[in-house]
Design a protein around this ligand. Sequence first.
Ligand SMILES: Cc1cc2nc3c(=O)[nH]c(=O)nc-3n(C[C@H](O)[C@H](O)[C@H](O)COP(=O)(O)OP(=O)(O)OC[C@H]3O[C@@H](n4cnc5c(N)ncnc54)[C@H](O)[C@@H]3O)c2cc1C
Length: 305
Amino acid sequence: MERYKDFIDDLKEFVENPRIRFNEPMKNHTSFKIGGCADILVLPQNSEQVLSIIKLCRARNIPYFIMGNGSNLLVRDKGMRAVVIKTFNCLKHLEVSADYIECESGVLLSKLANAAWEHGLTGLEFAAGIPGTLGGAVVMNAGAYGGEIKDVIIETRYIDEDGICRTAKGEQHQFGYRTSMFQGTNKFVLSAKFQLDCGNKDEIKEKMGYLNQCRKDKQPLELPSAGSVFRRPEGYFAGKLIQDSGLRGYRIGGAEVSQKHCGFIVNSENATAQDVLDLIKHIQQTVKEKFGVELQTEIKAVGEE
Ligand SMILES: Cc1cc2nc3c(=O)[nH]c(=O)nc-3n(C[C@H](O)[C@H](O)[C@H](O)COP(=O)(O)OP(=O)(O)OC[C@H]3O[C@@H](n4cnc5c(N)ncnc54)[C@H](O)[C@@H]3O)c2cc1C
């Protein structure tokens, strides 16, 4: 903690004590329920605080990591030598006007989709069951059942690596399959604006219910996971390749290829991050040997190696 001493003194000037956590177990902040401790975790109250935290990190040369709801993260067992800035339940302003919704990055997609439904707006039904925040969804261009964030978003407010607030519009987002201009950078997504169509409330509700039921039927939602582990290889489905490789239920330590959906790895019994990483490697090798396909991960492994 010595290296953070001055940083912490400065941070306490503008962030209340309970919103700063030290040696915080990341397993409490990820859907995998896995992960060593982050040196510091901060829960900012608004975008002004985020900007001040980022500026302070830059001034003190302290690395920072941005997270939403941790539903696409595998935090390594040694934890994170960084300041983790968590948006979920922190940046949660949401505003609906006519056929627009503007919302901050810490709002859950399910909440955003429900707000759209309440106002009779269609276009976000696909997002109702994705367990991430808006920020994580923009970074990942999250999508399901034929819909993607890129189809409905019009602009994003973000803080760039120099601590300057900027706006990205349309094509500037560089959206692709599970990617955007924000991936692999330290740009902080603050909020985004969506344009939706007017629709029938009952039909919107019915579609969201149907898609959520499809998830319950096909995905192992009863066990901790980070969703689909691998990106979809062109011309194949990762889950089918894994299943056809005979790996359904294959275990390393407490990590297991889901019995219900082979594209998911579940934490079935106190898995470590290393168990998951070893299992990922085993799956990649097996699928490559059997089918010649190289599976790339969709989940983000972070933390000290
Ligand atoms: C059961 C289950 C089902 C899932 N189903 C789907 C699905 O159908 N479709 C799909 O696309 N995904 C799915 N996922 C994966 C996950 O929910 C999405 O990737 C989601 O968009 C991640 O959001 P998050 O807030 O949890 O991001 P995190 O996991 O916290 O972070 C993901 C990445 O985004 C970055 N990030 C997060 N917030 C910000 C921000 N404000 N500014 C800058 N960077 C940020 C992080 O640094 C990290 O690189 C599923 C996951 C689970 C557990």
